[in-house]
Design a binder for this molecule. Structure first.
Ligand code: F6R
Length: 615
C-alpha cells in the first residue's frame, strides 16, 4: 500500500527520496510525490500514475538542492488517484508538507472544522487536513514540529503513519505512527524514516521499529522518540540481514519469476534449525508455553487471499496430526460473525506482510475475546506478529511481486511446523512419527526444484492457452485449496475469468460451465490416497466427456490419468500432505507466463497492492 520515505543528511534529498520510492514501488501505488525544504522554502512535485511521470515532471522543472525531503507512493483511499490528491499535502501557508499511509476515520468532522475556520482544502484526501492542522499547531508550539505533531495526533482517529517537514525546522523530519508501519533507518551522518526497510536498504541496514502511538524526530545525527504525550520512548533496534540485491530482480524479467525460483530456498530456510539436538521439534519464537498449548481445544486460522488458502491446506494436516478441530476463516469476515472464542482457542493469523489490516483487526478482536493469537509471518517486526502472543516467522526473504508465491509455500511449511509442534506437546504423535514427517518436509525443496526444472512445458502450455476466455481448476482434499490458488493467480495476473472448485462439487452446479475447448486443470492426489485418487480420475472423465481440454497434474508414474488427459504435468512423488507444495508451482508459472504473453505488468497487477493496510 502507500510507500513512505523521509530523509535528512548531506546527500541530494530528491535523489535519495526518488531512489527510495523506486524500491517501494512493489507495495502498489497509483500516484507519487516528493517535498523538499530548501533555504526556508518548501518545494513539492507530485503526479498521478507511475514514478516515470514524476521523474519527467522533475526533469522538466527541477527542484532546488536540499538535504531534507520526503516522498510518497499513494494507493488511493479517499479521493481519486490524480495529481491533486497525490501526496505530499501542504497547509495554506506552504509551511508544512505531509505524507500519510492509513485512513483518518474522523476526517469529515475535522475537515468541516477547518473549513469553518476559513481553511481552503484543495484535495479530497484525509491527509490534507493533517497538513492544515499542523500549520495551525506549529506557531502554538513555538515552531517545534514534533510538538505540533504530537498535538495533532490527539485529534486523529484511525490508522496512520504520518511524516512531515516544515520550513521552520529545515533539518528535521518528524513522523508519527498508529497501527500503520514505520521504521527508522540509522545512517552515518544521515537518517531515514520509511514504511519499510527496502526504502533505505541501499544506505543502511540498521533500523529501529517504532512502537504504537510514537512520534520520532529525526535529524542527520539524532533520533528522538516520544509517545504521543511527549514522554521519552524507546523503539526496538534491529539489523536487516538481507541486502539491497536481494530486493532487486537479479536478472529475471519479473520479481515474481525470481520469487518462484526461490521457493526451494524459502522452504529450506523455513525448516532450518527447528529440531533440537535430542531430535525434538523446537520453535524458538513461540512464546506460548507447552502447558498453554496443551490447553488448546480449537484452532482458528484467519488470513486473506493466498494466505487464507495456505490455511485451508494447513487444516488437513493440523486436524490429522493433532485431532484438534481447526477452522479456517477469512480475516475480513471473522469478527462480524460473533465467533465462539475463549482462552482455549488458538487463533493463527497468517500474513506474509504482517500488515494486512483485515487480519490485524481480526487478531485484535480475538485477543479482546481472550483467545491466544499466534502469527505466521514473513516480515520481521511488522505489526501482526508484534500484536500476537507468539510468532513463527517464515523465512522466505522479501517478497516484492504483488502476487504471493514463496510466501504461500513457506506459510504452509510454517503451519505444518505448528501442527507438528502441537502434536508433540499434546502427545498425539510419537517422536519418531514427527521425525518421519520432518524428514519428508526436508525432501520438499528438492521436489520443488524438479518441478521448476521442468517448467518449460508449463510455459509452452501457457503460450498456447493465453487467449482462453476462461479456465477452471479442480481438486479434492489439499488439492482443493491448490485449485483455488491456481485460479486466484490467473485472475490477479492475467485478468482472466478463472474459478477453482472442489472436484466433488462439480456435479452440483459448476459442470454447467464446461463446454467445448474449456481448459480445465485437475490436481490429482497421490495414489497413496486410493479412494480420493479414483474419484478425481472420474472427475477428469466427467469434464472431458463434455468437451473440456483437460490439463492433469499427476504424480510421476501414475498411468491412470493418461487416457483422460489432453496434457499431463508430472509432479514428483511426495506424501499426500506435501503435494500442495509441489502442485502449486506449475500453476504459478502458468499464470505468470499467460500474464506476460498478454503484456501485463506481472509484478504490479492493476488495482492491487502488496500490503493491504486498509479494511
Ligand atoms: C495474492 C496475494 C494476496 C495476499 C493477501 C494477504 O497473490 O498475494 O491475496 O495473500 O492480500 O496478504 P498478507 O499475506 O500480506 O496478509
Amino acid at each position: 500500500m502507500c510507500g513512505i520515505i523521509g530523509y535528512v543528511g548531506s546527500q541530494q534529498a530528491v535523489d535519495v527520496v526518488m531512489d527510495g520510492l523506486r524500491r517501494l514501488e512493489y507495495r502498489g501505488y497509483d500516484s507519487a510525490g516528493v517535498a523538499l525544504v530548501s533555504s526556508g522554502e518548501l518545494y513539492a512535485a507530485k503526479r498521478a500514475g507511475k514514478l516515470a511521470n514524476l521523474d519527467e515532471a522533475l526533469s522538466q522543472d527541477p527542484l532546488p538542492r536540499a538535504t531534507t525531503g520526503i516522498g510518497h507512493t499513494r494507493w488511493a483511499t479517499h479521493g481519486a488517484p490524480n495529481d491533486v490528491n497525490a501526496h505530499p499535502h501542504t497547509d495554506s501557508a506552504d509551511r508544512v508538507a505531509v505524507i500519510h499511509n492509513g485512513i483518518i476515520e474522523n476526517f469529515a468532522e475535522l475537515r468541516a472544522g477547518l473549513e469553518a475556520l476559513g481553511h481552503d482544502l484543495l484535495s479530497e484526501t484525509d491527509t490534507e487536513i493533517v497538513a492544515h492542522l499542523l500549520g495551525e499547531a506549529l506557531p502554538q508550539h513555538g515552531d517545534d514540529l514534533a510538538a505540533a505533531m504530537r498535538a495533532v495526533t490527539s485529534h486523529l482517529e484511525g490508522a496512520f503513519t504520518l511524516v512531515a517537514v516544515a520550513t521552520a525546522d529545515p533539518h528535521t523530519v518528524v513522523a508519527a505512527r498508529r497501527s500503520s508501519p514505520l521504521v527508522v533507518g540509522l545512517g552515518n551522518g544521515e537518517n531515514f524514516v520509511a514504511s519499510d526497510v527496502s526504502a533505505f536498504i541501499a544506505h543502511t541496514r540498521d533500523a529501529l521499529e517504532l512502537g504504537q502511538d510514537q512520534v520520532v524526530e529525526v535529524t542527520s545525527d539524532t533520533v528522538t522518540i516520544t509517545d504521543f504525550a511527549g514522554r521519552p520512548a524507546e523503539a526496538v533496534a534491529y539489523h536487516v540481514d538481507w541486502d539491497a540485491s536481494a530486493a532487486e530482480k537479479g536478472g529475471y524479467q519479473w520479481f515474481m519469476l525470481k520469487e518462484i525460483d526461490e521457493q526451494p530456498r524459502a522452504i529450506a530456510d523455513t525448516l532450518l534449525g527447528r529440531t533440537s539436538p535430542d531430535g525434538r521439534l523446537q520453535l524458538d519464537e513461540v512464546r506460548l508455553s507447552e502447558e498453554e498449548l496443551r490447553e488448546v481445544d480449537k484452532v482458528i486460522i484467519i488470513a486473506c487471499g493466498t494466505a487464507f488458502y495456505s490455511g485451508l491446506v494447513a487444516k488437513y494436516a493440523i486436524e490429522h496430526w493433532t485431532r484438534v478441530p481447526c477452522e479456517v476463516e477469512l480475516a475480513s469476515e471473522f469478527r462480524y460473525r460473533d465467533p465462539v472464542l475463549d482462552r482455549q482457542t488458538l487463533v493463527v493469523a497468517i500474513s506474509q506482510s504482517g500488515e494486512t489490516m483485515d487480519t490485524l483487526m481480526a487478531i485484535r478482536y480475538a485477543r479482546a475475546q481472550n483467545a491466544r493469537v499466534l502469527a505466521i509471518c514473513n516480515t520481521n517486526g511488522s505489526t501482526i506478529p508484534r500484536e500476537s502472543d507468539a510468532v513463527i516467522y517464515t523465512r522466505a526473504g522479501p517478497e516484492i511481486a504483488v502476487a504471493s508465491t514463496k510466501g504461500f509455500l513457506s506459510q504452509i511449511v510454517a503451519c505444518y511446523l505448528l501442527g507438528l509442534y502441537l502434536a508433540q506437546v499434546r502427545g498425539t504423535k510419537y517422536g519418531d512419527e514427527i521425525a518421519t514427517i520432518m524428514a519428508q518436509l526436508q525432501e520438499v525443496p528438492a521436489a520443488v526444484q524438479r518441478v521448476l526444472d521442468g517448467a518449460e512445458q508449463v510455459r509452452a502450455l501457457a503460450r498456447d492457452l493465453a487467449d482462453s476466455p476462461s479456465v477452471l481448476f479442480l481438486g479434492r482434499h489439499t488439492g482443493f485449496p491448490v485449485a483455488l490458488e491456481g485460479a486466484l493467480k490467473l485472475k490477479e495476473l492475467a485478468y482472466l475469468h478463472a474459478e477453482g472448485f472442489a472436484a466433488g462439487e462439480l456435479k452440483h452446479g459448476p459442470i454447467a460451465l464446461v463446454q467445448e475447448g474449456l481448459p480445465v486443470f485437475v490436481i490429482v492426489p497421490p495414489r497413496g490416497r486410493d479412494a480420493l485418487h479414483g474419484k478425481v480420475v472420474s472427475n477428469i472423465q466427467e469434464v472431458r466427456a463434455r468437451g473440456a481440454r483437460t490439463i492433469v497434474l499427476a504424480e510421476e508414474g501414475d498411468p491412470t490419468v493418461l487416457a483422460y488427459a489432453d496434457e499431463v504435468i508430472r509432479l514428483p512423488q511426495v506424501p499426500t500432505l506435501m503435494q500442495p507444495l509441489v502442485a502449486t508451482v506449475p500453476l504459478q508459472v502458468f499464470a505468470c507466463e499467460v500474464a506476460t504473453v498478454l503484456g501485463h505488468d506481472v509484478d504490479q497487477p492493476r488495482n492491487l497492492a502488496k500490503s493491504v493496510t486498509v479494511e
